[in-house]
Design a protein around this ligand. Structure first.
Ligand code: C2O
Ligand code: CU
Length: 480
């Protein structure tokens, strides 16, 4: 295993050179984003979206000009308790309009942050107040829903953590917002967002992977400790497949939703864009030892993400801890499959014959030469967010979407305003019937999702590879 050279079109710098130059990072500073506790009642969190500078590539490189919330990449972590009210006033100091979407949180429709659908886009200089009480605990995140590929790709995103009343007891609760940037050799962000070539393939996969906004060096732990690690894939297009060498992490939540603790399939934690996984990891290594976290999703370009570095202190405990319990359930109504109405959803478009990031250069399907119409859902390519609903669902009823990915590429498909159960894949029932808000569907595979349409309004249903979303793989589902 070595640090792979992650190359995409039009890019010169290898990730290796970045990693090699980043050995001096202070982990304490790099690993912990600034946190805002959205506290009791009238308290207000203010977020300013504005150009800024951030030390993404580490001390041996110049700071990177970014777009950020409150000057930080990722933006401040917002943390509150389940059911607590949060009020966030977003001020737009960018030169283009923006919004904030609270990804995965079952908010009222007017708070969902979709321009031209749930609110007017927030113009430069304007503000908007978001206010809601998350009904469910879990790991969520926030990001713009306007000019998504560019705004997220320049640094706009942040973690939103809703704490359980009774969390799993751990020694430390840690959030990793995984990011992916495409930097030039001077560490500035490369342009070329939404180019037709990448839109029609894997999307803009970058050359610089970050944890909490920095190229990571080491993650310092103490022997014997139990860590809850909340992974958030905040990348515009990159899919991660993380292996924690020498460790046995247990998955305790997916997309914020509790699941029976279990080892990840094949020992690898796969996260498509926007997806989250909460792990409980017992630090079973010896004091002074190190272990690697590797990303093997794109097999030909596997690389080391970070070293787990054990301090020299004696273990925090010597006896092994028992398996963690299951987190308390959230509040989603259970879909009734017997009475559910069935809908087929077909994903089409893109280049043919892709095999990962490189992809084939076969014929184009389902679209002309414009990057705005390269992908479609049920044959329709979206142009902007204000579109007619693809489906109208009756509030309170159960639905199954049978989603067929007829393309040559993976798609992480996200439904707003709801969590759904993934009930089958390729016709086989899933083992855990996991709740999710984003389901990763590999090329030419299918997934069935089931949910109760209990949240009234117009909700986006789209691919979270942001180039695909901008390129037409987006639709609206109405709950009336
Ligand atoms: Cu995280 Cu419609 O998005
Ligand atoms: Cu997609």
């Amino acid at each position: 295993m070595e640090n792979g050279v992650v190359m995409s079109i039009g890019m010169k710098m290898s990730r290796r050179s970045l990693l090699a130059g980043a050995t001096g990072i202070m982990v304490g500073a790099g690993m912990r984003p600034r946190m805002l506790r959205a506290a009791a009642a009238a308290d207000e969190t203010r977020l300013m979206a504005a150009p800024g500078r951030a030390a993404i590539a580490g001390p041996d490189y110049p700071d990177t000009a970014v777009w950020s919330y409150n000057g930080a990449v990722p933006g401040p972590e917002i943390r509150l308790r389940q059911g607590e009210r949060v009020r966030v006033v977003l001020e737009n100091r960018l030169k283009q309009d923006t919004t904030i979407h609270w990804h995965g949180v079952r908010v009222p429709n007017a708070m969902d942050g979709v321009p031209d659908l749930t609110q007017a886009s927030i113009a430069p200089g304007a503000s908007f107040a978001y206010e809601f009480s998350p009904p469910d605990a879990g790991t969520y995140w926030y990001h713009p829903h306007a000019h998504s590929a560019e705004q997220v790709g320049r640094g706009l995103s942040g973690a939103l953590i809703v704490e359980e009343a009774e969390p799993i007891p751990v020694d430390r609760d840690i959030v990793w917002v995984l990011g992916d940037f495409r930097l030039r050799e001077d560490a500035s962000i490369a342009g070329g967002f939404n180019n037709a070539m990448e839109v029609s393939m894997a999307g803009r996969v970058g050359n610089t992977v970050t944890i909490n906004g920095r190229v990571p060096d080491r993650f310092t732990v103490r022997a014997g400790e139990r860590i809850r690690l909340r992974l958030i894939n905040g990348a515009p297009a990159r899919i991660f497949g993380l292996e924690f060498k020498g460790h046995s992490p247990l998955v305790v939540a997916l997309d914020g939703q509790p699941i029976e603790p279990h080892a990840p399939e094949g020992g690898r934690v796969v996260l498509g864009p926007a997806m989250r996984t909460d792990l409980v990891i017992d630090m079973t290594g010896n004091p002074g030892s190190t272990a690697k976290v590797v990303d093997t999703f794109y097999e030909d370009i596997a690389y080391k993400l970070v070293d787990i570095a054990y301090g020299d202190e004696p273990p925090i405990r010597t006896e092994l801890l028992g398996a963690p319990g299951t987190l308390p359930p959230n509040t989603m109504p259970e879909p009734d499959l017997a009475s559910a109405q069935w809908h087929e959803v077909t994903l089409s478009g893109g280049m043919m014959g892709g095999t990962g990031m490189g992809g084939g250069m076969g014929g184009m399907m389902g679209g002309g030469g414009m990057s705005g119409a390269m992908w479609a859902i049920n044959g329709i390519a979206a142009h902007g967010h204000g579109m007619k609903p693809m489906l109208t669902l009756a509030r309170g009823h159960s639905y199954v979407f049978d989603i067929k990915n007829e393309t040559a590429w993976h798609h992480p498909i996200h439904l707003h305003g709801h969590s759904f159960r993934v009930v089958s894949r390729n016709g086989t029932p899933t083992r855990y019937r996991e709740w999710r808000d984003t389901v990763l569907i590999p090329r030419r595979e299918t997934a069935e999702i089931a949910f109760v349409a209990d949240n009234a309004g117009d909700w986006m249903f789209h691919c979270h590879i942001l180039d695909h979303q901008d390129g037409g793989m987006m639709s609206v589902v109405r709950v009336a």
